[in-house]
Design a protein around this ligand. Structure first.
Ligand code: ATR
Length: 286
């Protein structure tokens, strides 16, 4: 890299992540491993930022010469007013997980959805064209994923949510680019027989509530691919039950690694060392 803009006055690339809480984030260990693998001098630091200090934190990114940061829960929407530009994907999703600082000009990106789709294609379903997809949940995570999936020419996307109105509202937003419907969790049982891919975006099954599945696995067809965004634990109740009945399964680790890989590529312009990043996360969980 010859672009001196990437580095601070000390010749070191400054990166980090803001969130509340932030202590358990795997992003620092993943990105430090990436910098080491690329041979780039730099640091990626976790920063605990309270909601009322998001504006000051973003101003600090410029003042301190950070090349970029990741943004995690609960700040993905709140950072937007403090940015100079939003890329098209972040604008359509309405959330930012990656900020790039070009000499004091901040641009917001969203790499969650594209990170997920890259992982799903690499690890489970190479071509999403014509697939019948069922998405569980209609929160922030679902937004990025449904938007990215809608660009892959699926046959249809159905969003099932506990609060059915939210699923319907999300479906309405992107119905111009895919066949998307919203349904309630009660309607789910009668719709599951007719799907190719089931994707859980809800927090049901996440540590520490690991004994729950967001759906009765008996209802899932054996030929379906079952995907869970949760990566802690790596093997959720939903994936365990689905695999036991013969379904192909896909966990959330690949999404996490790939959203980080895309972010790193925005910051450095270099291909991300994805294998080293994945290994670092896995080792930190062992
Ligand atoms: P995230 O950013 O992780 O998506 P979120 O925006 O709070 O977080 O969304 C959480 C999603 O999980 C929502 O779809 C939520 O359903 P509601 O919209 O009805 O709240 C879903 N969810 C959370 N806990 C749930 C539970 N116990 N049963 C079913 N759905 C649940």
């Amino acid at each position: 890299i010859t672009n001196s803009n990437l580095f601070t006055g000390t010749g070191s690339l400054l990166l980090g992540v803001i969130g509340d809480p932030i202590a358990h984030s795997k992003s620092p260990v993943m990105h430090q491993a990436a910098l080491a693998a690329l041979g780039l001098p730099g640091s990626y630091v976790p920063m605990h930022v309270k909601p009322e200090q998001v504006g000051e934190a973003i101003a600090g990114i410029k003042a301190l010469g950070f090349r970029g940061i990741n943004v995690t829960i609960p700040h993905k929407l709140e950072v937007i007013p403090y940015l100079d530009h939003l890329d098209e994907t972040a604008l359509r999703i309405g959330a930012v997980n990656t900020i790039v600082n070009d000499d004091g000009v901040l641009t917001g990106y969203n790499t969650d959805g594209i990170g997920y789709v890259r992982s799903l294609k690499e690890e489970a379903v190479p071509d999403l064209k014509g697939k019948r997809i069922m998405v569980l949940g209609a929160g922030g995570a679902a937004r990025g994923i449904v938007y990215a999936l809608s660009l892959e020419s699926p046959n249809r996307i159905t969003i099932a949510n506990r609060t059915a109105d939210k699923a319907q509202a999300m479906a309405d937003e992107w119905k111009d680019q895919a066949d998307i419907r919203g349904i309630s969790m009660q309607q789910l049982a009668s719709e599951l027989g007719d799907i190719d891919i089931l994707i859980n975006t809800t927090s049901v099954g996440m540590h520490p509530n690991m004994s729950y599945s967001p759906v009765d696995v008996d209802l899932i067809p054996e030929q379906a691919v079952v995907s869970d965004l949760i990566y802690n634990p790596l093997q959720t109740k939903l994936l365990e039950g689905s695999e036991a009945k013969g379904c192909k399964v896909h966990g959330g680790l690949g999404m996490f690694v790939n959203q980080g890989a895309y972010a790193l590529e925005y910051w450095t312009g270099l291909p991300a060392p994805v294998a080293a990043m994945r290994t670092a996360v896995l080792n930190s969980m062992a």
